[in-house]
Ligand binder design. Structure first.
Ligand SMILES: Cc1ncc(COP(=O)(O)O)c(C=O)c1O
Length: 424
């Protein structure tokens, strides 16, 4: 038994109509493979499920999960908006011709250059994190700028500490329990060049409990009602969990998204508030399960204490989430995918770090040099978090749609690695 989105046919892992082995042979390894059809289906699922007859709604793709020019175009074609958190993400969106009226600019420490870029580029909404950002923004404005304020409603979702973002001491946003937050909102309302549209919050990532999102919405609505805030837009962030292993039990999103909006509508009515636009910002849940990383097995090793290692040609440089968060993944021996998986292996790469672990314990058939090892669900926060540690070139990224394949990011070369080195 394996993850329900994994397709195995005649002992071969399939991605679209290609075997993983064909893709590895044609494009080399390590390789990030993205199932474009899956991404488009997820985007449409969000768009059609996050609707309500009495509430305006908007789905904003959190580009930090996975961003390239091709991805920007895909998101625009599917009719979603875009969340960017840096000048680099904004630049990518601009170069892809993304409609700036649909871009939200986040971040807790936007530089003056980034704020200027956003204002001059006509970004629809700037999500302010704190009062300093307002001070930096005001002198740049020549026209009224729509803003949201990021707040922390103090909800702790059950997730890893580094991906939980709304505790009262979080580095992001301002606490709804802090009176200074209300003073800042008053100021935003009275600033002539600021169009204060409302609030933003994001309670964490990889969340499986519907209750966490309901509590977030209730806390924010209560805050708005208690202080009679003129809020037209409420952005609840992302964080919808996905299955990386069989132990993960994500929400059924189509039903959950409907129920979330229905819950919000009832809560707004019960506190006597007018309708407002509700937004969400999914990242991982759109792309994680679309991605597979393909590696070639170089060698295996069994230690004196009987620990089995399988060494692949990638590393923590293309797969950091296990080392960073202890994240868990599922591996498949792609070219012998129907063989019995009864050997526990630690899947590790070629980086000079003992912490270079891709999967702590994966049950696999006996691995041999030249086998293709696939790590599933690597579409989110892999390519975007990749590095050149140990001067390893980053892998290529390819998009598969049924029988169509196209490269969207070429593999880095050794020349790329020294391109910016100067002073010799
Ligand atoms: C502000 C904000 N919105 C959206 C997201 C996307 O979260 P996820 O990929 O878990 O959906 C994040 C992730 O860190 C975030 O910080």
């Amino acid at each position: 038994m394996t993850l329900n989105y994994v397709n195995i046919c005649n002992g071969q892992l399939m991605i679209g109509q290609f075997t993983a082995q064909q893709l590895a042979q044609r494009f080399g390894t390590p390789l990030y493979v993205m199932d474009e059809k899956y991404i488009r289906q997820q985007a449409q699922m969000f768009k059609h499920s996050f609707t309500h007859p009495q509430l305006a709604s908007e789905v904003i793709y959190a580009s930090k999960a996975f961003l390239t020019l091709a991805m920007c175009k895909l998101i625009q074609e599917e009719g979603l908006s875009l969340d960017v958190v840096s000048g680099g993400e904004l630049y990518t969106a601009q170069q892809a011709g993304f409609d700036m009226n649909r871009v939200y600019f986040h971040g807790n420490n936007k530089s003056l250059v980034e704020l200027k870029m956003a204002v001059e580029g006509g970004v629809s909404t700037i999500v302010l994190d704190n009062e300093d950002e307002l001070e930096h923004l005001l002198p740049l404005l020549t026209h009224s700028q729509k803003v949201l304020l990021r707040v922390n409603p103090g909800i702790e979702a059950h997730t890893h500490e580094y991906i939980a973002t709304t505790k009262n001491d979080s580095k992001f946003g301002l606490s709804t329990a802090d009176p200074a937050t209300l003073s800042l909102i008053d100021r935003l309302i009275s600033e002539p060049m600021i169009d204060f549209a409302g609030l933003h919050a994001h309670i964490g990532s990889q969340i499986f409990e519907a209750e966490s999102f309901f509590m977030e919405a209730d806390a924010l609505i209560q805050f708005i009602a208690d202080h009679k805030l003129p809020v037209k837009e409420l952005n609840l962030g992302g964080g919808f969990g996905v299955a990386y292993t069989l132990d993960d039990n994500p929400l059924s999103l189509p039903e959950f998204l409907h129920s979330l909006l229905e819950h919000i509508f009832k809560t707004l009515t019960s506190v006597g508030l007018d309708t407002m636009k509700i937004m969400i910002e999914p990242g991982r849940s759109i792309v994680a399960n679309a991605g597979t990383t393909l590696y070639t097995v170089g060698s295996t090793k069994t230690t004196i204490n009987h620990k089995n290692y399988v060494f692949v040609d990638g590393s923590m440089a293309d797969h950091i989430r296990t080392a960073l968060y202890g994240a868990q993944y599922t591996a498949i021996l792609a070219n012998r995918a129907d063989e019995i998986c009864d050997i526990p292996y630690t899947v590790t790469g070629k980086a000079c770090e003992s912490g270079d672990i891709i999967i702590k314990e994966a049950l696999l058939p006996e691995c041999k040099k030249g086998d293709i090892l696939a790590v599933c669900s690597t579409g989110a926060y892999h390519y975007t978090m990749s590095s050149n540690y140990n001067r390893l070139p980053r892998p290529a990224v390819i998009f598969i749609s049924e029988d169509q394949v196209r490269m969207v990011v070429r593999r880095e070369t050794y020349e790329d690695l020294i391109r910016n080195d100067v002073g010799v």
